[in-house]
Design a protein around this ligand. Structure first.
Ligand code: SF4
Ligand code: SF4
Length: 377
């Protein structure tokens, strides 16, 4: 029964992901993804973190619901709740349900310590799509308390109960005394049926903190273990390889337009590391603001590690230069481009044929059908 319910949830999720994709391909500048902060307080205190405090109250539910409504009205298709620790919010499941009630993808980033069987069930019922567990080491050390071992019972509950997708995100570059822990955690997380991604730690400006030789070796081994999927490419792809090699990335940061970070005070910022820019209240934020911020060059971009913005930038590149984007992301070391099946379908339906040719009549029919079904025609 659980397997069937998981499958149904996955179908619904894929459908809304397809809508997000189609939306991003057809509406330049409009926001696609947003981070929303329901509470700034955290139950832990990792030394490298600048995104939490130990005292802020939860944002009232009605205010958060109004912010979700405003983001949906601007065109956002996916909202991620983070913090602080979002599970400290007493109405977290209601917020998720409100996001889903608007037809959007709902994700949550947590350290996992506050998960209980009851809360997992509430998040199932609310329709959560993705839960990202952020883990740094096997046991707490002087740098991070986001640890794998204290989570053991919660991990088993998630594995047995969760209808939403669970992703374990390992962050390298935090100065951990045991970066090799990440390999053990990745192996155990996969055995529990979770997806695994790797992030790079950033300084207070969003730029890479240089990796040690041991961290580089761990990153290389984790990358070699990766399972190819579209979501993997932002985490493991060219962005990270360049940064680790000390090379700047040549990309256009679409923060403030395709990606919005809405803090606990309801202000729109580029991202968690560029708070105050532009710092406009969400209720006054308009598509005109998005257009302006889209065109603004961000000086922090070349060494930026903020992977959620990299992902939206990939969508933007796909819209502007589809064929070059595919070649860049999906080429192997021999220079051959091998697209995952889902990407091949989307390419056939939505992208112009190469060499100025015409789409076959049957494909044109399915494209029209898909656009209508996605509510875009
Ligand atoms: S658990 Fe997350 S939000 Fe809390 S202090 Fe650690 S890194 Fe920061
Ligand atoms: S480049 Fe963009 S996402 Fe990265 S730190 Fe700067 S504003 Fe934030």
């Amino acid at each position: 029964m659980l397997a069937l319910r998981r499958r149904l949830a996955a179908v619904s999720r894929r459908w809304r992901e397809a809508r997000l994709f189609a939306h991003a391909m057809t509406r330049p500048y409009a926001p696609v993804v947003a981070h929303l902060i329901p509470i700034r307080r955290c139950n832990l205190a990792c030394t490298y973190c600048n995104e939490f405090d130990d005292h802020s109250p939860p944002v009232p539910l009605s205010l958060l619901q109004a912010r979700v409504d405003r983001l949906a009205a601007l065109g956002v298709r996916a909202i991620t709740l983070s913090g602080g620790e979002p599970l400290l919010h007493p109405h977290i499941a209601e917020i998720v349900a409100h996001i889903r009630g608007r037809g959007l993808l709902a994700s949550l980033i947590t350290n996992g310590y506050l998960l209980s069987q009851r809360l997992i069930e509430a998040l199932n019922d609310a329709g959560l799509d993705y839960l990202q567990l952020s883990v740094d080491n096997l046991a707490p050390d002087g740098v991070s308390m986001k640890s794998w071992r204290p989570l053991q019972p919660k991990l088993r509950w998630l594995s047995r109960q969760a209808r939403f997708a669970v992703n374990v995100n390992l962050v390298l570059g935090i100065g951990s005394p045991r970066p090799e822990d990440a390999l053990t955690i990745a192996e155990q997380a996969r055995a529990l049926g979770f997806h695994v991604t790797v992030g790079l730690a950033h300084d207070g400006w969003g730029r890479l903190r240089p990796l040690t030789d041991r961290e580089r070796a761990v990153h290389a081994r984790l990358t070699a273990l990766r399972r190819a999927s579209f979501a993997d490419f932002a985490s493991y792809g060219q962005f990270q390889q360049n940064l680790i090699a000390g090379r700047p990335n040549d990309w256009h940061c679409p923060a403030g337009a395709l990606y919005l970070y809405v803090c606990e005070r309801g202000l729109v910022h580029y991202c968690s590391q560029q708070r105050g820019r532009p710092g406009i209240p969400l209720e006054n934020y308009s598509l005109e603001d998005c257009r302006r911020e889209y065109h603004r060059t961000k000086p922090c971009a070349p060494f930026c590690t903020i992977s959620c913005v990299h992902q939206t930038a990939m969508l933007d590149q796909l819209r502007r230069q589809p064929l070059q984007a595919f070649e860049r992301w999906f080429s192997n070391s021999d220079g051959c481009t091998r697209l995952p099946v889902g990407v091949r379908v989307l390419k056939a339906l939505f992208l112009p044929p190469s060499l100025g040719g015409k789409r076959p009549r049957l494909t044109r029919f399915f494209t029209r059908l898909a656009l209508r079904a996605l509510g875009l025609r």
